[in-house]
Write a protein that binds this ligand. Structure first.
Ligand code: GCU
Length: 330
């Protein structure tokens, strides 16, 4: 519960940040500002625009969502911090980044926890796993609304990586997530947390020797211009997540909350289709950019991160989710 003093402070900082950014989310309660760090050509931007259109239509124009792409309102971390103060209404982040704000999201970040895309979707849709995690963060200042496919993450580097031994001594950019850092250490690399927007230059200038992401980072974000090897080890499948500030959420009527949840579901389904179409073509595009696609034997990578599975089952913040994900039917 907020006491009056805290509430006043929240209100004051929301107003201050709101006016710094040109408009206060408090004075335009039904215009929701949504921040994300994706390119306007990316599938995620299209899915978020789809979400905004759905919300407008289903609410007969009573709720508008204004989408700010390209990290205009800050990095993913900064957006989450603004959200917690109530100065920003919505943000699209991903489970990796969110793990530092709500440890429950760490359940998705265990390498090789998902057998395949079908298993991944089952976990997201399950009421005791993905849906429960969306609701787990209200006490941290935000509420989860929807998941979006982010594909499988793989290494892309300035030197070829075929086995974990090749990663030794390499500086690999990671998201600021305890799981990503741990994974990299177990695989033998040196993890370097950096915001996504700084990565192209960091690769170009040799600040890092590589990174890990879905193929879109190489093509849509042009990292393939400066990192010429993409190794198909598929270590994680990290969902993107749409979240709303608890302050903005509480200000909405039940009817409006339901409209946002339904629009979230519709946009998840839209993104599923978009993502399949997108990734089919992107590997070919990467090859055309001169990026070598390397098929690796995954066993050594899987073995390197085995301790994370054991630790996850002993970690009270995620054990219930990890157990349930592993127990999902084939
Ligand atoms: C993915 C994800 C982004 C994230 C990025 C990263 O592209 O969709 O939300 O910022 O990975 O590695 O930082």
């Amino acid at each position: 519960m907020l006491n009056i003093k805290n509430a006043k402070l929240h209100f004051a900082s929301a107003l201050l940040l709101g006016s710094l950014m040109g408009a206060s989310s408090i004075s335009h309660a039904e215009t929701l500002k949504l921040s994300h760090n994706g390119d306007t050509k990316s599938p995620i931007h299209k899915a978020l625009k789809f979400f905004a259109d759905e919300v407008k239509e289903k609410s007969d124009g009573e709720i508008r969502v204004r989408v700010y792409p390209n990290g205009q309102l800050g990095t993913q971390r900064e957006s989450l911090e603004l959200l917690q103060t109530g100065a920003l209404d919505m943000a699209k982040s991903n489970a990796s980044e969110l793990e530092s704000f709500d440890p429950a999201y760490g359940a998705f970040n265990i390498p090789y926890i998902f057998r395949d895309r079908e298993h991944f979707y089952k976990a997201l849709e399950n009421n005791d796993i993905g849906q429960k995690i969306l609701r787990s963060s209200e006490k941290y200042g935000f509420v989860g609304l929807a998941y979006y496919d982010g594909g499988a993450r793989n290494f892309y580097t300035t030197k070829p990586v075929r086995t974990p031994a090749d990663l030794k001594g390499m500086k690999i950019r990671v998201q600021p997530s305890p799981s990503a850092i741990k994974m990299m250490q177990l695989m033998g690399a040196s993890p370097t947390p950096l915001p996504f927007g700084e990565l192209y230059t960091a690769l170009q200038q040799g600040v890092v020797d590589g990174a890990e992401n879905n193929i879109g980072a190489v093509t849509t974000y042009r990292h393939g211009e400066v990192a010429k090897y993409f190794s198909l080890d598929g270590h994680t499948m990290i969902p993107d997540v749409l979240v709303i500030s608890s302050t903005s959420w509480e200000a909405l009527s039940d009817k409006k909350k339901a409209i946002l949840v339904e629009a979230g579901k519709a946009s998840t389904a839209y993104m599923k289709k978009l993502w399949s179409e997108y990734t089919d073509g992107e590997l070919k595009k990467a090859s055309k950019m001169g990026v070598e696609i390397i098929k690796v034997d995954k066993d050594a990578f899987i073995k390197a991160v085995e301790p994370m599975h054991k630790e996850a089952l002993e970690n009270p913040a995620i054990a219930q989710y990890v157990k349930a994900i592993k127990a999902l039917d084939k």
